[in-house]
Ligand binder design. Structure first.
Ligand code: CA2
Length: 147
């Protein structure tokens, strides 16, 4: 049974509570429940963590080594700024799928660059909360293909 870590970065704890016109009405708790239900249907498990702190996300990625088979990561705005998160993913050697609620390529220019894409299996963006379902499915297919 594959164990997945679902990591969410800064400000995503505000989902459903502020700026619904940009990020929708679904709360982070609902997204985490959706991830758990999706994984369960597909014979996998999820553990979820959200942090507004870069170091906490990095520690979680380091700790994932040997404990999780894959990481689903929405790094929020750290996507566009953090070489440290990219390095953490490389060093952990745990496969990662990058997910974003919004289509970052259709937004401001500064959101078009993702440092973590360099170390991701792939990126899913623009599908709202359903992106997490797609990311879990893609990760499980990837892991199956490795065995
Ligand atoms: O589209 C995504 O999932 C993002 O990772 C969300 C980040 C943004 O910086 C990325 O460019 C794309 C921002 C998350 C902020 O979430 C909020 C939710 C509700 C209210 C305010 C912010």
């Amino acid at each position: 049974m594959s164990a997945l870590l679902v990591l969410n970065g800064p400000n995503l704890n505000l989902l459903g509570q502020r700026q619904p016109e940009v990020y929708g009405h679904t709360t982070l708790a609902e997204i985490e429940a959706l991830c758990a239900a999706t994984a369960d249907k597909l014979g996998a498990t999820t553990s979820c963590l959200q942090s507004n702190h870069e170091g906490t996300l990095i520690d979680a990625i380091h700790d994932a080594r040997g404990k999780f088979d894959g990481i689903i990561l929405n790094a929020g705005a750290y996507t566009h700024t953090s070489i440290a998160l990219m390095d953490a993913i490389s060093s952990a050697e745990v496969p990662m799928v990058e997910v974003h609620l919004s289509n970052i390529h259709a937004r401001e220019e500064f959101r078009h660059t993702s440092h973590i894409s360099r170390v991701a299996i792939g990126q899913i963006c623009g599908f709202g909360p359903h992106g997490y379902v797609l990311a879990i499915k893609a990760m499980l297919e990837h892991l199956k293909a490795q065995t």
